[in-house]
Write a protein that binds this ligand. Sequence first.
Ligand code: GLA
Length: 373
Amino acid sequence: MDELFRALRDALGDGAGWRAAAAPGRVNLIGDHTDYNDGFCLPMAIDRRCLVAWRPLEEARIRARSLTLEGRVDLPADGADPAPDLQPRWGRFVAAVAAALVARGARGAGIELVVASDVPPGAGLSSSSALSVALTLALADRFGWPTADRREVARTALDAEVRATGVPGGLMDQLCALFGRPGHALLLDCRTLEVRPVPLPEAVAVVVIHSGVERTLAGTAYSERRRACEEAAARLGVSALRDATPTQVADDPIARHVVSENARVLAAVEALTAGDLATVGRLLLASHASLRDDYRVSLPELDRLGELALEEGAWGARLTGAGVGGCIVALVPPERACHLAQVVAARYRSETDLPARAFRVRPAGAAGPVPLP
Ligand code: GLA
């Protein structure tokens, strides 16, 4: 039993009457800013997750506390949208999940929740999707709302995140949390919502390195880019940039990134399947360059981390997630993973004075109920 689970169990006393759900964070190997363009991406669920324990309350309230985040939540269970200034911030997700479920026909009911997470926040590893998916499973359980259709659970969790943050995200993170498979990355087709597990070769380790730059402007940049994509699609007369050709977008850097990134995802799946890690590495570098030069969501700090990872023997590295801060992901030979993570973080820290953190992540399984002892 790991530390997080032990902390949760200790907080619940004898555990009687409690149930729990867990949802993993994710790292995206390649395919960023493609999901909301009906495109392709290749994330994997990671071995860090959010746990939510719950038990019924007679009173029609939602009461929540967290073992890892500050503050407590006490809200009506009627599914009202959260006030935009509700504190603590994570409480907005609790209220928003109830609202998203009620909007889909569930009836709110009293519930007490305890949350614990070891997904680092603000890192581009989807700590908020881990929270919203775990909360959706817990509240759905209490509200008697069916969760057999995992795509609908993903859509509900995304709806909740948009209600909680105002940022119009795509479905990559929630789908990844709900379809994760140990040992595999997931090829997501964000138009059909088809999920194809892609085995990650034993010969690859995935290392994540946090730049120490929080993603404060990420929400604004994200909304702007998304609008630019929709405008480009409308100009071209296609329903989404997924349908545009390289020639059509040759003069539009934003649309060009989306079209070229979709092609790189499919090429990366082919190369991974063939065990051709040098090619996968080159595709990661090309993805980073496109996010930096065409989509303009990198930062000098993320560029530098990528260079350092290459100098220390990575096959490839790129910013991962929305960008404008957060992490890079590097693919490296497993025997070098630990050394590379330490050396890159140390070199970066001494150059920038920023608190880089590096860790290896492993492809993990999907969100779902977890037994409490
Ligand atoms: C954020 C969003 C995702 C996706 C990525 C960029 O993580 O939540 O839906 O758009 O950015 O690929």
